[in-house]
Structures are given as C-alpha cells and as structure tokens.
Design a protein around this ligand. Sequence first.
Ligand code: SF4
Length: 364
Amino acid sequence: MEGLHLAKYPFLKDAAEHVKDQGVTLDDLLEHQAFRQARARGKARVIDALEDGIVRLRPMGTAEEQLEEILSYPMARMFVSSVGDKFLTRRYALAEGVAMCERLERERSDIVEEVAYQLGVPVTTDVDESDELTVRMHFSDYLRFTSRMRSKEWKLVNTEVKDGHVTLNQVKFARVMQQALQDRIEAELPLPVTDSIVRALGDDLRELKDRTAIKRDQFKAEDFGKVSVENFPPCMKHLIGMAQAGENIPHSGRFALTAFLHHVGLSSDEILALYATSPDFDQSKTKYQVDHITGETSGTEYTPPECSTMKSYGICYEPDSLCNHPKEYVKHPLSYYRIKNLPPRKAGPSPSPSSISPSPAGPQ
Ligand code: SF4
C-alpha cells in the first residue's frame, strides 16, 4: 500500500511496518523536534474524538505529511492510554471507526479488500457496469459485527445469504468495518504506559485529561430543561452517557430509557434529540419508536421495566447505595428518581415502600 493509504488507514499492520522501515523509535516520536507535528496531530486526533466524534482529515499531500499522519495514530493511542478514562477510550474508538467508515465508503476495491483483510475480515469485491462496488463476506463475520446493531436492516434474516456469504453494498460494508475497528481499538486500549511516557506527554496530557473530565461531566450531568439528571438512577445515567457518546444501546436499554425519560417529563422531541448522536441514527425510525413508547401513536404509555427485569436484561448499570438500600425501597428506576426528589426528611416515620413505588398501572 502506498503512503497516502497508510496515512488514511494508520491502524493497519502495514502502517506500523512503514514506521519501522523509517527507523522512527518511540523516544524519537515522544521527544525529537522533528516529530513535533506528528505529536500535535496525535493530540488533535484525540480532541477531534472528544469534540466532534470523528477524526478529521488533515493534509496528506507530501510524504512528510503522510508520515506525520501515520505517526499521529500511535501518538493518539498513547494519549488515550495515559488519560486512562473509559469514556475517552470509547469515544476515541468510535471517532476512528467513523472516520474509517467515511473513507471506506468511497474507496477503490483493492484498498477495501486490503483494509478488511488487515482487520481480520477476508472479503471479495465486485464492481458492476454502473461502477457500484459490492462486497462479499462470510456470514459469521457479518454476525460478529452486526449483532449489536439495532435496526432491522442488519438482521441476518433481512440479508441474502448464499453459500454461507452475505453480499453488501459499499456503504453498508463500510459501516460493518467501522464496528470491527471500534471493537479492536476498545479491546486494545489502554496500553501500558511508563512514567517516562507520561512525563514526555506533559502539558498536552494534562490538557486532554481536563477536556475529557469536562466532556464526561457534560454528558453525565447535563440537565434536560426542568428535569435534573443528577437525580436519575445510575442505570439511566449510564444509558444517557452511552447515547451521548454515540454508542449502540441495546434495544431493551432504549426502551427503558425512552419510557423513563417520558415519565419524568421530557417531550418526544427532547428524547429524539438525545439519540441523534448515535452512529446509526435514523430520524424517522427513531421517531416512530419514541412515539410508540410514549403512547403518541400506540395509545399506551409504556413504563420502564422494574429493577429485577432490568437486571435480567443486563442493563442495571452501576447500582449504587440507594439501589442496594437494605430496606429495599428501590424496585423500580422511577422509585429511585422519586426518592431522590423527595424534600429532605424531617424527624419522624420513614416513607413506606408503597408510597414511593410505581403504581401497577404505571407511574404518572
Ligand atoms: S437497581 Fe434499579 S434503579 Fe438501580 S441501577 Fe439497577 S435498575 Fe437502575
């Protein structure tokens, strides 16, 4: 692969080989004046991920710029590993995945095949008379990366399987590869970092830590108008964090979150806006689902599941001391929210569990 493609796909094994061939060492990259631009580009990759959710294209016209771009990738990984924050790792993996997806959607067939191969997905490609590229991959690889995608179009039953292979158009295939890269980066990071690396990253690392903390807090604590997210149960805060970080939320989680937000007073438009950062966001489909759950089109205002059901779905995230209170008041996420919103108790009898549990017909 030539330099330009290595710069566009710097996570490939060939890009690492290229760096080795150039004789660039880790110490050079961290300290040498000649690699100041590569370090700056590495930091910019992380800032792009935090702020925009996609790593932006930078000039790659000359061999020098291409090498800087390739080196910016290991540099960004060192920054992310040194910050050591799961939120940043996920956000960064997503941003690299989205950037690759955008590039792969317009890439020529041999590069598509090579990128897929180096991500561990052997494929064959075909170009028809109208220049449309299709990609054929084994159904087990397809399932590996699409099982967490919610939209029906990704279900295997809605995809033609022939001789154990599925055939996708270039745009859909790029989206599958986005998931492959995201999964890989999330599995690889954080890398072990030494004290000397942390020292070398210096002020830039401190800045990225601060920016990460600010962004994470914005996502976690942002209030929805009159509704205070501070008092939300941990499961709902976690689901909101996933939505705002653009992560795929399981279907059961979207149902629970949508029903919860509706019951605490958010409008359908406000709920819709929350999901708009998802990589799979589809305005009309999401609106249909939100309107159904909130009762606008179904006539039934659905209630989020009880805690026991949330647990069985694997979406009871990070239960805290109130969730695990020995008197077991919290059997429902809405009960948690109500308890948190109660005015401070004066001395006297405690509220009974029934006074803070949702009614069987659903909380209003
Ligand atoms: S115990 Fe209930 S309220 Fe608490 S995190 Fe789990 S599901 Fe949410």
